[in-house]
Design a binder for this molecule. Sequence first.
Ligand code: PGA
Length: 255
Amino acid sequence: MEMIIAANWKMHKKTGDTAEFCRAILKDQQLFKGVEVLICPPYTSLPLAAEFLNDSSLKLGAQDLHWEQEGAFTGEIAGPMLADLGVEYVIIGHSERRHIIGESNNRIRSKVKAALEAGLKPILCVGETEAEREQGSANSVISEQLLAALEGLAPGDMEELVIAYEPVWAIGTGKAAQPGDADAACSFIREVLQNAAGPERAQKIRIQYGGSVKVDNIGSFVEFASIQGALVGGASMQPDSFSALIQAARKAVQN
Ligand code: PGA
């Protein structure tokens, strides 16, 4: 299964910064063979990034979408608008949207459906808070988030998903999960997926780890068979460090 490493720029980078990043990262694209590399800029940079990445091996993702395909929703962006730009993936249920914007599991389920309907592949984020981990309820939170998002999906559609396991306390803190704990959580996610989609289909779903991933720790995550890539925030902002991180991941898997 091809590893997938995604850059989540969050609310960073204007068009000039996007152009600069794309120009630099594209020079290294032959070093990324065997890794699916994805850039998820803010909406305002998507058209420009699409132009740069067109004809390259790098893919484009969005950070969110609306749950309807069109309508009177001032300020919102719908899946078909993203697909129209050449966007292939969309992050759904990132913890910053769950915990800062207040998105519920039901809302996230409607967005997963909307993405699939628009032909986009969802990167569904799940993960527990620090308090939930301390209470020993991490697995129940993760399975609740997963099952809520998958409810009502045809098993065939589930294959389109990528799952990002992102413990909330590890995001943007510099305090990544212990690789062994990430392995345990991702193996648990695989079990939940097997029950929901059947073992064969679940096998096709890639699971990423996210939360303070850097060039010097990426290898310790992806060397586990349970983890097929990473969702990267801070370390994806600079082309040099993001390129080094992708190459380190590739090396770790080849070893
Ligand atoms: P981080 O962010 O790599 O800066 O911790 C990860 C994410 O939010 O997806």
